[in-house]
Design a protein around this ligand. Structure first.
Ligand SMILES: Cc1cc2nc3c(=O)[nH]c(=O)nc-3n(C[C@H](O)[C@H](O)[C@H](O)COP(=O)(O)OP(=O)(O)OC[C@H]3O[C@@H](n4cnc5c(N)ncnc54)[C@H](O)[C@@H]3O)c2cc1C
Length: 529
């Protein structure tokens, strides 16, 4: 098979047109191609008068060797995808334990199960169906479950998300992860889309199917089971204790993959008490901004906006201020909703999600400012989490103490005013919102960066100049404020057999990199016979 890169295709092209252009690109007849599939497709909207798709294809064709010789490798190259495989092992005296069933824990457990090591997964939240009911109850009635919510439960923090699979890392395991996701029910298009996403409606079934395979291979996934103690002898793991239905159960194990995400502050507190080596890391905080998706489409697609061939437009921007701070957009959700993402009582946290169709009226995105270890007082490794919590609590009060989120209009943030009604953009956050001075929730440098950065963003994209855009606060959980330090074999520096993993441990950011880290930790456990 060979791959042809970067074929220009008009909007609304058909499969046959693609086959014809592919044949033309390598100087063969259409009938010489026996098989063809999409390898990558992106929207090129750089020129507003010529928006089109850029497509790469993989195909079987006569005389592949001759064609490869004829064209430069950046245009035509061999299509060699390497299959990922794990060694098959005999069961060990003690089964490995995976704590947390988010993307990192899921892919760690799947990999361990496929190798024959029958992992036991402990997840403090509930299975995805029970969890969906709890999340709906919070959004409709403002009743938060502190144990099952948008952060905790089957699928982890990614379940009620946009399911964006974009990542800044490069790793051969990514292709394998995408193929597995498709096997478990994700749409095939994630295999070729330049900006792949699944959507929360499909993700919920994907995580269930993935759990089904772990169980079919001899693993166990125990929900509503919070790990409370790591058992150790000297500097080596010997087991774990978990609490379920008020009862404590002990498991013997030599290997624990600790994939707890960034919101398990009680578990981080326990790890600090146990002298597990941790350090502060850079994280980010800010707000969510909502615009009308049609305004974003018009800005980015010009006259092509609204054509059915084009997906809802996405964006990603950063602006840099003279004081060295930056304001950047993050986790943009086209046609989505702002989610109530709190996991602790009397706090308000925002994040973004969308359904696969991305067909809601608003586009939303986080507007974030980095917080460095130097911005924090004292030397507590969990100082960042303490700052996050204090902002979340202040937001709860500011929102009216009923889990409504504080909101302001973009124009009001810049003019230090406070409106009492919405304009063209209506907020999507549930259970409710309340007008408030959101700049007062944050340390001065974040409020100032938001105020100074927004007009600079408007120079990059005109919808950021919209005074009626709605800003909902606070977005505090976009990244982990702490790193659990690990050595070259991925074990904790303090405890052999403990593998800090994924986003919460500070070794990933986002669904895909967390899943990659999960597989890496599983490989380390497999190698640690
Ligand atoms: C609403 C929302 C939208 C998002 N959208 C995107 C997106 O579109 N794309 C993207 O790449 N990223 C997105 N993210 C971020 C993404 O979800 C995370 O980066 C990712 O889930 C991190 O994976 P993880 O496995 O490391 O941790 P998590 O997904 O946080 O999973 C950790 C799990 O560990 C469990 N746990 C914690 N402590 C214990 C304990 N003591 N015992 C047992 N279990 C425990 C938790 O309940 C949780 O289920 C979004 C996040 C949110 C909240």
């Amino acid at each position: 098979m060979i791959r042809i890169n970067d074929i220009y295709m008009p909007l609304g092209y058909t499969d046959e047109m693609l086959a014809e252009r592919s044949a033309k690109a390598i100087g063969v007849k259409r009938s010489d191609i026996s098989e063809l599939h999409l390898a990558k497709r992106s929207v090129d909207a750089r020129k507003k008068n010529d928006i089109h798709f850029t497509v790469s294809v993989e195909l079987k064709v006569r005389n592949e060797a001759a064609i490869l010789k004829k064209y430069p490798p950046n245009k035509v190259c061999p299509a060699n995808e390497q299959a990922y495989s794990v060694p098959h092992l005999s069961p060990r005296a003690h089964r490995p334990v995976v704590i947390g069933f988010g993307p990192a824990g899921m892919f760690a457990a799947l990999c361990l199960a496929q190798s024959g090591l029958a992992p036991i997964v402990l997840e403090r939240g509930s299975d995805v169906d029970t969890r969906t009911a709890a999340v709906d109850n919070f959004r409709k009635n403002g009743i938060l479950s502190a144990h099952t919510n948008v952060q905790f439960g089957e699928g982890g923090a990614g379940t009620f998300s946009d399911g964006k699979l974009t990542t800044g890392i490069r790793d051969p395991r990514i292709r394998h992860i995408f193929r597995e996701l498709v096997r478990f029910g994700a749409p095939e298009e994630i295999l070729y889309s330049a900006k792949p996403h699944i959507g929360t409606d499909i993700l919920r079934n994907v995580v269930k199917a993935l759990r089904g395979e772990i169980k079919a291979l001899g693993g166990d996934v125990i929900f509503d089971a919070k790990m409370t103690v790591i058992l150790r002898k000297d500097d080596k793991v010997t087991g774990a204790v978990y609490e379920k239905d008020g009862r404590e159960t002990e498991l013997m194990t030599d290997n624990i993959i600790l994939a707890i995400g960034h919101s398990a502050r009680d578990t981080f507190g326990y790890l600090r008490e146990q002298d597990i080596a941790m350090e502060r890391k850079i994280f980010a905080m800010g707000v969510r901004i909502e615009h009308l998706q049609e305004d974003v489409n018009r800005s980015l697609y010009g006259n092509f906006a609204g054509l059915p061939a084009l997906p809802p437009a996405e964006y990603k921007y950063a602006v840099h201020l003279p004081d060295g701070r930056s304001l950047y957009t993050f986790c943009m959700c086209p046609g989505g909703y702002i989610m109530a993402a709190a996991s602790e009582p009397e706090t308000v946290v925002t994040n973004g999600m969308s359904l696969h169709a991305r067909d809601a009226v608003n586009a939303n995105s986080a507007l974030l400012v980095n917080v460095t270890p130097e911005d924090l007082n004292g030397d507590d490794p969990l100082a960042g989490a303490a700052l996050q919590r204090s902002i979340e609590k202040a937001a709860f009060i500011s929102g009216g103490s009923d889990y409504s989120a504080p909101v302001t209009l973009a124009g009001d943030l810049l003019g230090s005013r406070l409106s009492d009604h919405f304009g063209k953009v209506k907020p999507s956050y549930l259970p409710g919102v309340r007008f408030a001075r959101i700049d007062e929730l944050f340390p001065g440098f974040i409020a100032e960066t938001l105020r100074d950065g927004l007009p600079l963003l408007a120079r990059k994209a005109d919808f950021f100049a919209e005074p009626e855009a709605v800003i909902t606060a606070p977005e505090t959980r976009s990244s982990s404020p702490v790193r659990i330090i690990r050595g070259p074999e991925l074990c904790s520096l303090s405890l052999r057999g403990l593998y800090p993993c994924g986003e919460g441990a500070g070794h990933a950011g986002g669904i895909v990199s967390a899943a990659v880290d999960g597989i890496k930790c599983a490989e380390a456990v497999i190698g640690n016979g």
